[in-house]
Design a protein around this ligand. Structure first.
Ligand code: DGI
Ligand code: FE
Ligand code: FE
Length: 400
């Protein structure tokens, strides 16, 4: 197995790191990638708003998920956990013990590559791993790399691969932190990592979470979920926005409801229950034990208490999984945008996409029926609110 090892302070991880990791994984045909945030001495983390080790670890976890690689990408805390001085040669010795048979490749930027011979125990590093250096800009091409490559391979017998990443974002974490403190920086960051920084008020960002712009709210919401759910959430937002224009609801409110509707989807049962308790949301017995039903409740609690959403938005999120009798316009829009959005590939989704343009109640009714069939098909109990929602529409909806 070929294993890439990418260390850094990741303070914060930015698009340059991500482009480098993806290119190296492809060029080297890696089977696995390890991301290793460096330990930072405590005195260096004292600056106000600086990220803690745990926060850098979490941001690196977001980066791992957002790379979109097909291979496993793991985040290791071994350097952060180490007491005292920490050297790459120590890390490689530990990894060699875990992976005795595998081919290790150490990924590094130009600066690191050019000073490699000054590191602690370069001969140990070169014996345990191949070196993969990537130029940050077109400028650090062959002219810079070639002499060092010859020197290191002669002196240490190092195996070396160098690559230049064209069109790569040229930015350093230091510059990005400065930009963040002045209200910018998002152009250099994956949206989820920008959202994580805003919601944790890192690097002097000082966001008021109840007053976020739509793009900030979107980023913060995305930072709470896995990469694979983001397309669904964006699709739901655009569908809800279109429906709001079509049916006369407030488009911004529809967008906010959609952005947050699944933000707690990956909470564990315990996290769902404690979030609901924290925000005073009462649950019935079925909800307490049915994980898929809980995320709408916990997300509504967070939408209200953390993000200061209006009652209309909170209620749309609260009812988006089961629906209820006599739903508001915004509740209907979110309920059915969730099913009709473009990434839903079921055959019924195409039918719903037509219905949401012509007959809103018929679309919601169809969505409820699909849920009931689907849930019954899995042998799971159907929530009473779902049945009430359907029955209410059967009794009250005006035929189009
Ligand atoms: O969160 P999404 O996947 O985007 O969609 P959603 O919030 O509508 O959740 C769908 C899940 O909820 C799906 O696994 C089915 C489940 N669900 C919806 N209504 C009911 C239900 N599960 C039970 N047991 N009873 C229901 O009435
Ligand atoms: Fe949902
Ligand atoms: Fe959803």
């Amino acid at each position: 197995m070929k294993i890439g090892i990418y260390g850094g302070t990741f303070n914060p991880p930015h698009l340059g790191h991500m482009a480098a990791a993806v290119s190296a994984a492809n060029v080297l045909s890696l089977d696995k990638l390890l991301l290793i945030p460096a330990g930072v001495p405590p005195h260096k983390t004292m600056a106000e708003g600086s990220a803690s080790n745990r926060q850098r670890l979490e941001m690196t976890g977001l980066m791992a998920d957002r790379l979109g690689l097909k291979i496993p990408v793991e985040v290791l805390s071994l350097e952060m956990d180490r007491e005292g001085k920490s050297y790459t040669s120590m890390t490689l010795r530990e990894l060699r013990a875990i992976y005795p048979e595998d081919e290790l490749w150490l990924l590094m930027g130009t600066d690191m590559f050019l000073t490699f011979h000054c590191w602690y125990e370069p001969e140990v590093i070169a014996r345990l791993a191949g070196l993969c250096a990537f130029g940050r800009t077109e400028k650090d091409g062959e002219a810079l790399f070639a002499p060092q490559r010859d020197y290191l391979s002669r002196k240490y017998g190092a195996r070396i691969v160098t690559l230049t990443l064209p069109n790569m974002v040229e930015a350093s974490s230091t510059q990005i932190r400065q930009a963040l403190a002045q209200g910018g920086g998002e152009d250099y960051l994956d949206p989820s990592i920008w959202g994580y920084i805003l919601s944790n008020r890192l690097y002097g960002t000082r966001a008021d979470l109840t007053q976020l712009s739509l793009s900030q709210l979107r980023a913060v919401g995305e930072s709470m979920v896995r990469a694979k759910r983001i397309a669904h959430i964006r699709g739901t937002e655009e569908t809800a926005a279109k429906m709001a224009r079509r049916w006369g609801a407030d488009e911004t409110e529809a967008r906010k409801a959609a952005i947050l509707h699944d933000c707690t989807k990956y909470f564990t049962l315990q996290e769902q229950l404690s979030t609901c308790q924290k925000y005073g949301i009462l649950l019935d017995d079925m909800e307490k034990t049915t994980l898929p039903l809980l995320h709408s409740k916990s997300a509504a609690g967070i939408a209200r208490a953390v993000f200061g959403m209006s009652d209309e938005v909170v209620s749309a999120i609260f009812w988006h999984t089961t629906g209820r009798a006599d739903m508001t316009l915004l509740e209907k829009i979110l309920y059915i945008a969730d099913y009709a959005e473009p990434t839903r590939k079921y055959s019924w989704a195409e039918q719903l996409r037509k219905l949401i343009e012509t007959d809103l109640d018929a679309a919601v009714l169809r969505g409820l029926e699909i849920t009931i069939e689907h849930t019954a098909g899995k042998g799971e109990p159907i929530h009473p609110r779902t049945l009430e929602a359907r029955n209410w529409l059967l009794a009250h909806r005006k035929e189009a």
